[in-house]
Design a protein around this ligand. Structure first.
Ligand SMILES: [Zn+2]
Length: 357
């Protein structure tokens, strides 16, 4: 394949976004796009480029006091009659336009066009963000080449519609189980109905008052919800077991242990098993590169409510935030698109931040 990432395309973040979108890269099929990105980066004299599986890393080594990461995932969710890209006025449509080839284009454009950034920069183009964590390029790097991730601050170029979304909330999933005793429905007084017992679990959820927590000026809004319920044996049997699946989204002032203790307190008296847990990340806006980044953006940050790879960096001690041109509400939708002005403005913001003083 002729590499579509020509010098003219690399010079224009809009054209570059479109070229990246039109290289198909549904998760686990990132080889072609990683090949194109790697070839471009290896030709840049001011960068040192390495590749691991389908993740490409390029870095400057200018001896700056601080190092920042610009990171974007190369994969997309499966197409939905929305590929290749199309243009309608100021909008570019297609799978990956928002999430997140437009963000990837920022990093690749800067990598090629900015030989003397004011910080040392590590550009990371990684695979398999949209699927299970064990495939995620950052997970693989944390094992194989943790030194590639060393930095003082990281920007993940996920869609945020041009504002800074800082930190992220933690996630805890648990199953709350009630038990009883089976009996024929015609003689129900011989049994104990576990589905009825789950009523108290639901009442506690309904009465639950979720916190709103402000950290570094960013509000995080928690939520504790039933997301599934399962019970019942047959149409004529009093059920002896009911499982309520609970999902807790928690602000980053709680760690996973504190989140679990809180959920156990809410459901005191019930059997509870934690089935999944992922820590959140504090906004981390104190690092000097983060403060300068906020100044370059010129708008107040907000708290990230979903879980993102920001938390992986936070777990490695690297404060990180999300900043990208796409609208997060359009990610994974059939009519996914990005505004060309958001691409141009965002690229200019990053350039302002990284250009030599
Ligand atoms: Zn994404």
């Amino acid at each position: 394949m002729q590499n579509p990432l020509t010098p003219e395309v690399l010079a224009d973040p809009v054209a570059l976004t479109r070229a990246l979108v039109d290289i198909e890269s549904v998760s686990l099929n990132e080889k072609a796009i990683a090949d194109c990105v790697e070839e471009v980066l290896r030709a840049v004299p001011h960068l040192t480029t390495h590749r691991y599986a389908n993740t490409v890393m390029a870095r400057t080594d200018l001896g700056r006091a601080q190092r920042v990461v610009l990171a974007g995932h190369l994969d997309t969710v499966p197409h939905n009659d929305n590929w290749p890209s199309t243009m309608r006025g100021d909008l570019m449509y297609g799978c990956g336009t928002s999430d997140m080839k437009s963000g990837v284009a920022f990093a690749l454009h800067l990598a090629v066009t900015l030989p003397d950034p004011r910080y040392d920069v590590t550009y990371l183009f990684y695979e398999a963000e949209e699927i299970e964590s064990r495939y995620n390029g950052l997970t693989l790097l944390a094992d194989a080449h943790p030194d590639w991730l060393t930095a003082d601050f990281a920007v993940l170029l996920e869609p945020t519609y041009g504002i800074v979304e800082a930190g992220c909330q933690g996630v805890l999933r648990a199953t709350v189980t009630t038990t009883g005793a089976r009996a024929h429905a015609a003689r129900s007084w011989h049994g104990v109905n576990a589905v009825h017992a789950a009523g108290e679990v639901l009442r506690r959820l309904t009465a639950y008052e979720a916190r709103r927590v402000t950290i570094d000026g960013c509000e995080y809004r928690e939520g504790l919800n039933a997301v599934g319920i399962h019970g019942g044996v047959a149409g004529n049997v009093i059920p002896d077991r009911c499982d309520v699946e609970v999902n807790f989204r928690y602000a980053p002032d709680r760690d996973p242990a504190a989140a679990e203790a809180h959920v156990r307190e809410v459901f005191a008296g019930f059997d509870l098993v934690v089935t999944d847990s992922a820590p959140g990340a504090a906004p981390g806006l104190d690092a000097p590169p983060a403060r300068e980044f906020l100044a370059a953006v010129g708008a107040a940050p907000i708290g990230k409510l979903g879980w993102t790879d920001v938390a992986r960096f936070a777990a490695m001690g690297v404060p990180a935030l999300n900043f990208g041109p796409g609208d997060p509400n359009l990610a994974h939708h059939r009519d996914e698109h990005v505004e060309l002005t958001k691409i141009r403005d965002g690229a200019a913001t990053l350039h302002r931040w990284l250009a030599p003083a």
